[in-house]
Design a protein. Sequence first.
Length: 105
Amino acid sequence: MNDSKVDKWKQACEQRPNDELARFTLAKALYEAERFEEAVPEFQRAIDAKPDWLMAHVFLAKSLVELGQGAPAVVVLKKARELALEQDHSEPLAEIDDLLEELGP
């Protein structure tokens, strides 16, 4: 099912290349399909389009962690933490803090 979801959102992004929500949904579908290498640039494109998109930062960091790229993930998580505080999002903040703790100093 995940591949059909990915295909659906890839097609949506081809039809509407400037649609940030379609781009994020494609990235999330790739993440859910454990296609992390493909998810990373899609999450980055969503962030480039909307730099304050908290969950795009969180999922980008989680994708980087899955790829064994802890140091870049920490950088993204620190930005996500700033956004969570600015936007007063306590649940994502707790998840971000847990991930930062797991990744160490």
